[in-house]
Design a protein around this ligand. Structure first.
Ligand code: BG6
Length: 288
């Protein structure tokens, strides 16, 4: 791809950040968490939401963009903190290259005291910035035993106004409703809309999901590979107020539709095998 550039510089909180520009789009990625904080196609509003109240501190997750959730999702018995350690650690930048799809930025997760508690593994992350944003998390089991883990690309999408948003593609799926103590339910709606706190883990959902945004007149398309779970989250009013790194009214302008493998969809990876979780994020006009 011609007309592309990339620069490594200082982001917020003096954290190292990579800026990528292509003829189609701009993106920003922090090494802290290998965290994509921005993807914006030329002439369009940003695809990803990023909180104005986010912390930008080494060792702490960024609020917005795409946190990498690994090796556990949510709370985990015997572990400290939510959503694993991958989003808190500084990933190593391995290579920046390009092909017909765009500029590819490759990271790897360094060994740490936290990773040493698991069977030996390697984790690599590929961010491709072009006409669309493609993200791939590859985990290889380098040990002699099964490696069991959860993963999730916790995409925060920017929307015009949450009341004008619907999520399409989950009808008929079973989900765990975290707002009702993980009660198991079945989705009956063709289009999921938002009028209160929503926190659901949809299971066995491998198909493409769409986010229809009537205010921005935009359709976001989430294409998944090797993702059996889809999490749909909006914190709504009370939870927004309770989160120190999230603005009180910011729930109006975001929705999380996350792709991964969690709960009973967790991955059990045999020795020597690699698991690849991949998403392609595209957007079109809502009329198309
Ligand atoms: C979602 C969970 O994926 O992440 C929610 O389903 C959680 O329950 C949210 O509140 C944010 O989590 P955190 O740890 O980033 O505040």
């Amino acid at each position: 791809m011609t007309n592309s550039s990339r620069m490594i510089g200082e982001g917020k909180g003096d954290l190292p950040k990579i800026e990528v520009q292509t003829k189609f789009s701009d993106a920003e990625i922090y090494l802290n968490g290998a965290h994509v904080t921005k993807f914006q196609r030329k002439g369009e509003p940003p695809l990803l939401f990023l909180s104005e109240k986010s912390r930008f501190e080494k060792g702490h997750p960024i609020r917005g963009g795409v946190p990498i959730i690994f090796p556990w999702f949510g709370a985990c018995e015997g572990k400290t903190g939510m959503h694993g350690f991958a989003r808190n650690q500084t990933w190593e930048l391995k290579e920046i290259s390009q092909n017909d799809s765009g500029v590819i930025v490759q990271f790897s997760l360094p060994d740490s005291a936290e990773s040493a508690q698991y069977p030996k593994f390697s984790a690599e992350y590929f961010v491709t910035v072009g006409e669309m944003l493609s993200l791939e998390l590859r985990v290889t089991n380098q040990s002699q035993e099964n490696f069991s883990f959860e993963n999730c690309l916790h995409t925060y999408f920017a929307v015009g106004e949450i009341g004008a948003v619907s999520v399409v593609g989950l009808k008929g799926a079973e989900y765990l409703d975290k707002t009702e103590n993980f009660a198991r339910k079945k989705e009956t709606a063709e289009q999921i809309t938002f009028s209160s706190e929503t926190d659901r883990a949809y299971l066995n959902t491998t198909g493409t999901i769409e986010i229809h945004d009537a205010k921005l007149k935009r359709k976001i398309i989430v294409e998944k590979e090797n993702s059996a779970s889809t999490v749909v989250w909006n914190p709504w009013i009370a939870k927004s107020k309770a989160m120190a790194d999230f603005g009180d009214d910011e729930y109006l302008r975001m929705v999380c539709v996350e792709s991964g493998n969690i709960a009973e969809n967790r991955i059990v990876l045999p020795p020597g095998k690699t698991s690849s979780l991949k998403i392609n994020l595209r957007s079109t006009s809502l009329d198309k």
